[in-house]
Design a protein around this ligand. Structure first.
Ligand SMILES: Nc1ncnc2c1ncn2[C@@H]1O[C@H](COP(=O)(O)OP(=O)(O)OP(=O)(O)O)[C@@H](O)[C@H]1O
Ligand SMILES: [Mg+2]
Length: 347
C-alpha cells in the first residue's frame, strides 16, 4: 500500500475549499477599500455563514476596519455563469437606489464592485435575520403579528418599487417542466419520496394553472431568493440582501418562496389553527395585512405556492444523504401540505 498520498485537493476537503475561497475573497479587500475610500490596514475579517451547498465557492465576510466601521465583502466564484451573478448585483443596486426614498425599508448600498468577478463590498446591515426574529416569537420574545406585518409591508414596498406593469398569467412554461418531471418519476429517473403523492401534486398543478390562466396581476421584478434569512431586521429598518433574479416578474413566486423555502420552519406550530397551505391562519392575517393583498384567494399565488412545494419535493432527491433525517421530515410535511391543498380544493 502506498502511504504517501498526495495532499487533498480543495474540492475533496470542504474546509480547505472554504479557506481557499476566503483567501481569494480577502485578497480583494485592498482594491475594495481603496475604491470605497476606507483605510485598508488593520481590518479584521469574520466569515459569515453561507448556504452549505455553495460554501466551496461563495464567501461572505464581515470586515471591521481599524476605525470600527463594518462592511460586508461578498464574493461568489461560480464559474458557469458569471454574467448572471453580475446581473443579480445590478438588480441589488437598482433596488437599493429605488428604496432610498422609502423610510424603514432598505437594501445595503454597494460601495465597490469587482470588474473581474461578481464580488462586491456593501454596507453592513445591523440586526437579526427575519428568520431569527420569527423563531424568537415562538419563545415568547416579540409579537409575531407585528414582525409579520413589518415583513409584509417591506416586501410590498420592494415589489412596488420593482413594478413591471399589469400582466396576464400564462402558466404553460411551468407546466411543461412539471410534466417532464412527472414523466421522470414514472420512468424511475427521479426517485422522489412518496412518488404517487408527488404525481398527485403534478396533476393538482395542472388544475391550479387552469384556474390562474389569463389572470391579470401587477407584475414586479422578483427578489429571486426571498426567504427569511435574506431579510434583516433592526428596530427601524427591514433590509433585503442576496438578490438572485433579474428578469422574473411574478411577485407571487417571491411570496410563495418566503413561506416555503425553509420548509417546514414557517408552518403552523402545534396548537395553532392552520390556514391555506398549513401556514397558521393568524400568520396569514398579519402578513397579508402588511403586504396589502388577499394572497390566499389569489389563483396565481395559489399556483406558485403549490409550485414551490413541487420544487422542494423534487429537490429532495438531490439533497446529500447526510441530511437524511431533515429530508424525511420535509417529505412528511410536503405530503401534509399537499393534502391540505387538496382538501381546500374540494371545499
Ligand atoms: N450586508 C450585510 N449585512 C449584514 N449581514 C449580511 C450582509 N450580507 C450578508 N449578511 C449575512 O451573511 C449571510 C450570508 O449571506 P448571503 O445571504 O448573501 O449568502 P447565503 O446565505 O449563502 O445565500 P442563500 O440565501 O442563497 O442561502 C446572511 O444570512 C447574513 O446573515
Ligand atoms: Mg442568504
Amino acid at each position: 500500500m502506498n502511504s504517501e498520498r498526495p495532499p487533498a485537493l480543495p474540492e475533496d476537503d470542504p474546509f480547505a475549499a472554504m479557506d481557499a475561497v476566503q483567501a481569494r475573497t480577502q485578497a480583494l479587500w485592498p482594491q475594495a477599500a481603496s475604491a470605497a475610500g476606507v483605510p485598508e490596514d488593520g481590518a479584521v475579517f469574520r466569515r459569515m455563514q453561507v448556504n452549505s451547498g455553495v460554501e466551496h465557492r461563495r464567501c461572505v465576510l464581515e470586515v471591521r476596519t481599524a476605525g470600527g466601521r463594518s462592511f460586508v465583502l461578498r464574493a461568489d466564484f461560480e464559474s458557469s455563469n458569471p454574467l448572471r451573478q453580475s446581473r443579480y448585483l445590478d438588480r441589488h443596486q437598482a433596488a437599493a437606489e429605488s428604496l432610498k426614498a422609502i423610510s424603514g425599508v432598505a437594501v445595503p448600498e454597494l460601495l465597490w464592485r469587482d470588474t473581474q468577478s461578481p464580488a462586491a463590498l456593501m454596507e453592513f446591515v445591523q440586526g437579526d435575520t427575519a428568520h431569527r426574529e420569527m423563531a424568537l416569537t415562538e419563545y415568547g420574545f416579540g409579537d409575531r403579528g407585528s414582525v409579520l406585518r413589518r415583513i409584509g409591508l417591506a416586501v410590498a414596498a420592494l415589489h412596488r418599487v420593482s413594478g413591471a406593469g399589469e400582466r396576464q398569467f400564462w402558466p404553460r412554461p411551468f407546466l411543461t417542466w412539471v410534466s417532464s418531471q412527472a414523466q421522470a418519476v414514472r420512468d424511475g429517473r427521479l426517485p422522489v419520496p412518496k412518488p404517487n403523492k408527488f404525481l398527485g401534486l403534478c396533476a393538482y398543478l395542472h388544475r391550479a394553472a387552469r384556474r390562474a390562466r389569463g389572470y391579470s396581476f401587477r407584475a414586479a421584478v422578483e427578489h429571486g431568493d426571498l426567504h427569511l434569512r435574506n431579510i434583516l431586521m433592526s428596530e427601524t429598518t427591514v433590509s433585503f440582501i442576496d438578490f438572485s433574479n433579474h428578469d422574473g416578474i411574478f411577485p407571487q413566486r417571491d411570496l410563495a418562496n418566503l413561506w416555503l423555502a425553509n420548509c417546514p420552519d414557517h408552518l403552523a406550530a402545534e396548537g395553532r389553527t392552520p390556514g391555506f397551505g398549513l401556514v397558521a391562519q393568524a400568520d396569514w392575517d398579519a402578513f397579508q395585512d402588511g403586504y396589502g393583498a388577499d394572497l390566499v384567494n389569489d389563483p396565481v399565488f395559489r399556483f406558485f405556492y403549490a409550485h414551490r412545494l413541487f420544487r422542494t419535493w423534487a429537490g429532495l432527491c438531490r439533497k446529500p444523504t447526510s441530511q437524511k433525517l431533515k429530508n424525511a421530515e420535509v417529505a412528511i410535511r410536503a405530503v401534509q401540505i399537499f393534502d391540505a391543498l387538496l382538501a381546500d380544493e374540494a371545499d
